[in-house]
Design a protein around this ligand. Structure first.
Ligand code: C2E
Ligand code: CA
Ligand code: CA
Length: 627
C-alpha cells in the first residue's frame, strides 16, 4: 500500500565508504605500529579498494533492481485495488489517508484524485465522520469491529455500506494504521427490498396483495379477543367490459384511483388489498359490531360511485360488496374468503352498488347453482325448457301490440325454475348460445302459427351478449326466418346495456346489419347501466325499455319520476318508442300515461304465460283497458 522507498546509490555509497575507511584505516594503523610499509602491503591496499568498489557496484545494481521490482509490484497492486469491486482506504492513527483506491475516492466525489495525506473528516464530511470516526478509532485501538450503515455521498445520495477494518501493526506492535475494506450494499439492498415488496404488494396499485392480506388476516384472527374481524370483497361492476371499451391504459388508471379511494375508507391498521384485476379486499382487523362493516361497505360503494375523471373523460362506476365476519362466519382465513366470495356473488345479483353480509344459506345456494349448471345441458336435450309470453300493451289504444318472449325451465324435480336463476349461469357457462338459439327458433315457430291465425303480434326476444355476434349472426337469423316464412320486422331483439359494453365495434356492426334486415332493436333494462345516454345516441335503437326499478319506485320517489320523465322526453326527441316494464298498479299506469309513455308491460295486465293462454289474455286486456 505504501509506496516503496530507499536509494540504492546511498546503500552502495555507505558500504563503499565504510569499506574504504576500514582498508585505508587498517593500512595506516599497521604503518604507525610497525613503522614499515612494504610495496607488497601497498598493493594489498589497492587490491582491497578495487574489490570493495566492485562489490559496492554490485550491491547498487542489485538494490536498484529490487526497487524497480517493488515499484512495478506496487503499480500492479494499485491497479488491482482500483479495479476491485470494493472501496479501500488506509488511514493512519491521526486519521489521515495514506492510500485510497479509486472507488473510495469516487464515493466522496474525488475520482481521479489522490487523497494521500488528507484528513479523514475533510474528505467524508462532518455528518458521515460523526458516525464512522468513532468506529475507526476503536479499530485503531485494536478492537475487532465492523461498521454497517448508511452514509451519504458527495451528491447527497444515501449508500448502505459494510466496512471491515484490518489493523496494521509495526514491529513493536503499535498501530501504524488501519486498512478499511468497504462493500457498497446499496444496490443489493434495493433489489432485496424490491423482491420483498413484490412478494407482498400489488405492482399496479401499491396495495397489499393476496400474500400480505392472508398474513394480516391470519394475524388478525389469531389476535382477536373480543369484537369482530371483517373481510369485505369489493368488486367493480362490469369492469372487464369497461376496460375493453376504454382501453387498458385508462383501465389501469381507473384501478389506481379506485385503490386510493378505498384506502381512504378504512382506519389505520386495516388493510386494503387487490386480489385480481377488479376485486379489492378490505380487511377490518377489529370492529366492535357487525354493523360497522356495513358502514365501511356503504362508504366504499359511495366512494366508487363518485365520478372518476381520467383526462377529459368522466367515468362512472359502481361496486358490489360481499362481507364475511369472524367469528360468526368462520375463524379460519380460507373459510372467511369463501364466505365473503359467496356474499359478493349475492351482492352482484342484488343489483349494482349493493353490499351483502354472508348468510349460511348462501352455501346451499352456491351448491344449487353448481347443480343447475351441470343439469342445464341435459335439460336442453330433454326439452325441459319452455317459452312464456307476456303481453305488451299500447297505451293509447289499449290494444296488445305483441309480447316479450321469456324462457322458463320446467325442471322434473324443482318445478318451474325462473330465468333469473339460470340465465346468469347459462351466460357464465356458455350454454346461453344453444339455449338462446332454441328460444329464438321457438318464438319464430309460435309467431308463424299466430300469423297464420291472422294475428299481427310483434314478438320481442331477449339476447345476451354471449350470443353476439355468434351464433346469432345475420345469416343464421335469416335461415331461421326463412324456415318459418317470417319477415324480420315482426320481431324485436332486446339487448341490455351491459351487452354493449364489450366489443363495442363488433356489437355496433351486428346491430347495423340486423337492423338492415328489418329487425327492431330494443335497449333493455334502460337506466341500470352506465353512461346510458351516450348509448341511446350512438346505437340506432327503435325501442327503449325503462327498467322495472324506476317504474316501481316512481310513485313515491320524486327523483325516479323525474328520471322516467327525462327518458321519455329524450326518447321522443330521438324518435324512439318507449316501453315501461313492470307496471303493477293503476297508479303507475296513470302516471306513465300522463307522461306520454307509448307502451307498457307488467303484472297489471298479465303475467308471462304459455302460448296457448296468450290469446285469452289479449282478449281480457283489450276489454278491460279504460279509454
Ligand atoms: P327482462 O328482460 O327484464 O324481463 C322482464 C322480467 O320482468 C321478466 O322476468 C318478467 O316476468 C318480469 N316482470 C314482468 N312484469 C312484471 C311486473 O309487473 N312486476 C315484476 N316484479 N316483474 C315483472 P323473468 O321472466 O323472470 O325474466 C328475468 C330475466 O331473465 C329477463 O329480464 C331477461 O333478462 C332474462 N331472460 C328471460 N328469458 C330470456 C331469454 O330467452 N334469453 C335471454 N338471454 N334472457 C332471458
Ligand atoms: Ca327483456
Ligand atoms: Ca328488462
Amino acid at each position: 500500500m505504501i509506496a516503496p522507498h530507499g536509494k540504492p546509490e546511498r546503500v552502495a555509497g555507505v558500504y563503499l565508504a565504510f569499506s574504504a575507511v576500514w582498508i585505508l584505516g587498517s593500512d595506516w594503523l599497521l604503518e604507525a605500529m610497525v613503522g614499515d610499509r612494504s610495496t607488497g602491503a601497498a598493493l594489498q591496499t589497492v587490491k582491497g579498494l578495487v574489490f570493495v568498489s566492485a562489490t559496492a557496484l554490485l550491491i547498487y545494481w542489485m538494490a536498484r533492481r529490487e526497487l524497480r521490482r517493488l515499484e512495478r509490484h506496487h503499480l500492479w497492486l494499485r491497479k488491482v485495488f482500483d479495479d476491485a469491486p470494493v472501496l479501500i482506504a488506509y488511514v493512519t492513527p491521526e486519521l489521515r489517508y495514506r492510500f485510497t483506491n479509486e472507488g473510495y475516492a469516487r464515493l466522496y466525489g474525488r475520482g481521479g484524485e489522490s487523497l494521500d495525506g488528507l484528513q479523514f473528516t475533510e474528505v467524508v464530511g462532518a455528518a458521515n465522520a460523526e458516525r464512522v470516526a468513532p468506529v475507526l478509532r476503536r479499530a485503531l485501538a485494536g478492537e475487532e469491529i465492523a461498521f454497517e450503515g448508511e452514509i451519504v455521498d458527495s451528491d447527497g445520495q444515501p449508500h448502505w455500506l459494510h466496512a471491515n477494518y484490518v489493523l496494521d501493526l509495526d514491529e513493536r506492535g503499535r498501530a501504524e494504521g488501519v486498512l478499511i475494506v468497504i462493500v457498497d450494499l446499496t444496490e443489493r439492498r434495493a433489489a432485496e427490498a424490491e423482491i420483498a415488496y413484490r412478494a407482498n404488494y400489488d405492482a399496479l396499485t401499491g396495495l397489499a396483495n393476496r400474500n400480505l392480506l392472508l398474513e394480516r388476516l391470519t394475524a388478525a384472527l389469531a389476535g382477536r379477543t373480543n369484537g369482530h374481524v371483517a373481510l369485505l370483497f369489493v368488486d367493480l361492476d362490469e369492469f372487464k367490459q369497461m376496460n375493453d371499451t376504454l382501453g387498458h391504459v385508462t383501465g389501469d388508471r381507473l384501478l389506481k384511483n379506485v385503490a386510493q379511494r378505498l384506502a381512504g375508507c378504512v382506519h389505520e391498521g386495516d388493510t386494503v388489498a387487490r386480489l385480481s384485476s377488479d376485486i379489492f379486499i378490505l380487511l377490518l382487523s377489529h370492529i366492535e359490531q357487525p354493523s360497522d362493516a356495513g358502514i365501511v361497505a356503504a362508504k366504499a360503494t359511495a366512494a366508487i360511485a363518485e365520478p372518476f375523471h381520467i383526462d377529459e373523460l368522466e367515468v362512472r362506476m359502481t361496486a358490489s360488496v360481499g362481507i364475511a365476519l369472524a367469528p360468526q362466519d368462520g375463524e379460519a382465513a380460507e373459510a372467511l374468503f369463501a364466505c365473503a366470495d359467496l356474499a359478493l356473488s349475492q351482492a352482484k345479483q342484488s343489483g349494482r352498488g349493493s353490499h351483502v353480509f354472508f348468510a349460511p344459506v348462501m352455501h346451499r345456494a352456491a351448491h344449487e347453482r353448481r347443480l343447475l349448471k351441470d343439469e342445464m345441458h341435459r335439460a336442453l336435450q330433454r326439452g325441459e325448457f319452455r317459452v312464456h309470453y307476456q303481453p305488451v300493451v299500447e297505451m293509447d289504444s289499449g290494444r296488445v301490440s305483441g309480447a316479450e318472449v321469456l324462457v322458463r325451465w320446467q325442471h322434473p324435480q324443482r318445478g318451474l325454475v325462473p330465468p333469473g336463476l339460470f340465465i346468469p349461469l347459462a351466460e357464465q357457462s356458455g350454454i346461453i348460445r344453444e339455449l338462446g338459439a332454441w328460444v329464438f327458433e321457438e318464438a319464430c315457430r309460435q309467431l308463424a302459427v299466430w300469423q297464420a291465425a291472422g294475428h299481427r303480434w310483434r314478438l320481442a326476444v331477449n339476447v345476451s351478449s354471449g350470443q353476439l355476434p355468434q351464433p346469432m349472426s345475420p345469416q343464421w337469423l335469416k335461415t331461421v326466418l326463412q324456415a318459418h316464412g317470417l319477415a324480420a320486422d315482426a320481431l324485436t331483439l332486446e339487448i341490455t346495456e351491459s351487452a354493449l359494453l364489450g366489443d363495442t365495434e363488433a356489437t355496433l356492426a351486428w346491430i347495423m346489419s340486423i337492423r338492415e334486415m328489418g329487425f327492431h332493436i330494443a335497449l333493455d333494462d334502460f337506466g341500470t347501466g352506465y353512461s346510458s345516454l351516450t348509448y341511446l345516441k350512438r346505437f340506432p335503437f327503435h325501442v327503449v325499455k325503462v327498467d322495472q326499478s324506476f317504474v316501481r319506485d316512481m310513485v313515491d320517489d320524486h327523483a325516479d319520476r323525474t328520471l322516467v320523465d327525462t327518458i321519455l322526453a329524450m326518447a321522443r326527441s330521438l324518435g324512439l318508442n318507449v316501453v315501461a316494464e313492470g307496471v303493477e298498479t293503476e297508479e303507475q299506469l296513470g302516471l306513465l300515461r300522463d307522461m306520454g309513455c307509448h307502451h307498457a308491460q307488467g303484472y297489471f295486465f298479465a303475467r308471462p304465460a304459455p302460448a296457448d293462454e296468450f290469446p285469452g289474455w289479449v282478449a281480457r286486456i283489450e276489454q278491460r283497458m279504460p279509454e
